[in-house]
Design a protein around this ligand. Structure first.
Ligand code: ARG
Length: 382
């Protein structure tokens, strides 16, 4: 009978081999993989896991982006900037470096794709975790009667932060949440984000001047922080990464979805559209103007943002380029096609293979539950 531990060890070894062979195939300057394979095998036998070289980590993080089937922005996968913080496993250090990550990513002008990799899971000890879905998120305060102030998507993490001692923000619809970080083998702790780490864009419309008075805003840097970076059998549970926004993520989803900020009815009414019948296409017309506002606002603020037409074209260019290198591009059509004007983009008019490759960014079941709004802290039994 194979013991559990042996089983895990041989999974790690299988995945490590696949990864190292892939790397040496794509980066021949790394030399003959034989020596490295022997080293890693010995390390796994002795410790149950192994440590990536700096070059392996960089390659792994970039290829994990290349393998992100839901991401339309993969053309630049090879320029991901990798910050190696594998020696940081304590909550305070992670919060500090997460803030620094945001400063580096936002820069003064253009947004740069960055990942910060913290300590991995070890057989003897789980790695650290960031509970927030993204480094920057707006609080969602559940009010009696079932309404929410702020972003309803984040009620679970808001409740967890409050329970861990966060006093709460001023109570606006756009209160930035603190980070909830769990150091290796520690209890989770809350850390407010320093103001200078959070770049935000006020939402205004190029012609509709009244929109400015609504006080809408969104942050400039989307940095996913609850996915695990998996490279060659090693899991890095805290490895926040960012790109820049495509306008529709904000204008057609975050601000528009019924279960998010739900702004279409109010916006359409203010536009004077007939909201009494679907057939006036008031939702469609409101969506277009809201999305113009988002793109215009980011441009005006000098924050990088892309539009869905440009990004669809780039994605098709990415597919061409990858295929010339002998690689296929796995993709999830339902995520790649933009949420508005799908058929006006090239990605709509074709199909993709949705196979899962490794290295990859994967979602832990726990993180998934929290993103669904389920409370993460079990209520303490009395
Ligand atoms: N859709 C998510 C949001 O609206 C962000 C996901 C990552 N997006 C990106 N452009 N890198 O916050």
């Amino acid at each position: 009978m194979i013991e559990d531990e042996d089983r895990k060890e041989c999974d790690v070894w299988e995945s490590a081999q696949d990864f190292l062979l892939l790397r040496h195939r794509e980066e021949p300057e790394a030399g003959d993989p034989g020596l490295r394979l022997a080293q890693v095998r010995a390390e796994i036998e002795a410790t149950g896991s192994y440590r990536h070289t700096r070059e392996e980590l960089v390659f792994g993080a970039r290829v994990a982006w290349r393998n992100s089937n839901r991401c339309i922005g993969r053309l630049y996968w090879n320029s991901l900037r990798v910050r190696d913080h594998r020696d940081t496993a304590d909550a305070g250090g992670i919060a500090r470096e997460a803030a620094e990550h945001l400063r580096i990513a936002a820069g003064l002008g253009r947004i740069r794709p960055v990942i910060t990799v913290f300590a991995p899971d070890r057989p003897s000890r789980p790695g650290p975790r960031i509970w927030n879905e993204q480094l920057i998120r707006y609080a969602g305060y559940a009010r009696p009667g079932g309404t929410v102030t702020g972003d309803p998507r984040n009620t679970g993490i808001t409740e967890a932060a409050l329970r861990l001692g966060w006093p709460g923000g001023p109570g606006t619809a756009f209160d930035v949440l603190p980070l909830v970080v769990q150091g290796s083998g520690e209890q989770p702790q809350v850390f407010p984000l320093p103001r200078d780490a959070v770049r935000e864009v006020p939402i205004v419309h190029p012609e509709l001047e009244w929109l400015a008075e609504w006080g809408l805003r969104w942050y400039a840097v989307p940095a996913i922080s609850n996915m695990c970076l998996e490279i060659g059998g090693v899991c890095y549970p805290a490895a926040p990464f960012n790109g820049w926004y495509m306008g529709t993520e904000i204008g057609a989803r975050n601000l528009a979805d019924r279960d998010r900020y739900d702004l279409l009815p109010r916006f359409a009414a203010r536009l004077g559209l007939d909201t009494s019948t679907d057939r006036s296409l008031w939702k469609d017309r409101a969506l277009v103007e809201l999305n113009r506002a988002v793109l215009h606002s980011f441009d005006r603020a000098g924050a990088t943002v892309t539009d869905h037409h440009t990004e669809s074209r780039r994605f098709l260019a990415h597919i061409d380029r990858e295929e010339r290198r002998g690689r296929s591009v796995p993709a999830d059509w339902s995520w790649i096609v933009p949420p508005i004007s799908g058929s006006a983009t090239g990605v709509f008019h074709r199909t993709f293979d949705n196979g899962q490759h490794s290295p990859a960014y994967v979602t832990h079941p726990q993180a998934r539950a929290l993103a669904r709004g389920e409370p993460l802290l079990a209520r303490r039994a009395v």
